[in-house]
Design a binder for this molecule. Structure first.
Ligand SMILES: [Ca+2]
Length: 201
C-alpha cells in the first residue's frame, strides 16, 4: 500500500514537473499574427532560439537544457511583471526583450490580441540596428535580429542616411575634378589660340 502511495506521489510529481518545466510554452498566436499581418512567411525563430520552437532536443530546445539553462528558464517563466532581466535559453534576444519589456503576464494576456504587442514594445528599440524598430519588424514579419531583414525601402533609406557623408564627399570630389578639368581645357584652348595668333603674325 505504501509503495503504491509512493508510486502515485512520484507520478504526480512527474506530471507537475512536466507542466512546470518540461513542456514548452510556445505562443503561436504571435507568429500567426506577424505572418497574416505582413503577408511574409515567419517562423518561431523570430522570438525563439530554435526555428522550430522550444519543443524538441535540438539547440535552444527544452530537451537539450542542462541544469543551468533550466534554472534560467525557470527565472524567465517567473518574470510575470515587466522590468525583469531575463535570459531564457529557449528564447532569442527579441524574445527575452519582449519578456523584459512587457512581462510574462502581458504576453499571456495578449495571446487573444497579438496585434497589440507591437504597441507595447519599446518603440525606440532596434536590436539589429538596421533603422527599423523591433515593434515594426514584428508587425511587418521581418526579423528583429537580422539587419538584412526588413522593408527594402526602409533599409535603403537607412543605408543612404548612414552613407550620406561618403556620398557627399564623392559628389564634391567629382565636382572639383570636373571644374579642374574644365579649367585645364580652357587653358589649353587659350594657349593654342595664342600660339595660332603668334604664327599668323
Ligand atoms: Ca531592426
Amino acid at each position: 500500500m505504501r509503495m503504491r502511495r509512493y508510486a502515485i506521489a512520484g507520478a504526480a510529481f512527474a506530471v507537475l514537473w512536466t507542466a512546470g518545466a518540461g513542456v514548452a510554452n510556445a505562443y503561436p498566436e504571435y507568429q500567426k499574427y506577424s505572418q497574416t499581418n505582413s503577408g511574409r512567411v515567419t517562423n518561431c525563430a523570430m522570438c525563439h532560439a530554435h526555428p522550430d520552437g522550444p519543443d524538441g532536443a535540438g539547440h535552444g530546445q527544452i530537451g537539450s537544457l542542462n541544469a543551468d539553462a533550466l534554472s534560467r528558464l525557470g527565472r524567465a517563466r517567473a518574470a510575470f511583471e515587466p522590468g525583469t532581466e531575463v535570459d531564457s535559453p529557449i528564447l532569442n534576444g527579441f524574445g527575452n526583450t519582449i519578456i523584459r519589456t512587457v512581462g510574462k503576464s502581458k504576453v499571456i494576456e495578449l495571446r487573444s490580441r497579438p496585434g497589440e504587442l507591437a504597441g507595447m514594445l519599446d518603440q525606440a528599440s532596434d536590436l539589429d540596428g538596421d533603422g527599423i524598430p523591433d515593434a515594426r519588424e514584428y508587425a511587418e514579419g521581418t526579423h528583429p535580429l537580422q539587419a538584412g531583414s526588413g522593408n527594402p525601402w526602409s533599409l535603403f533609406a537607412t543605408n543612404l542616411r548612414r552613407s550620406g557623408f561618403h556620398i557627399g564627399a564623392i559628389l564634391v570630389a567629382s565636382i572639383l575634378t570636373m571644374y579642374g578639368l574644365a579649367n585645364l581645357l580652357r587653358g589649353w584652348h587659350a594657349a593654342a589660340a595664342a600660339a595660332e595668333a603668334s604664327d599668323e603674325r
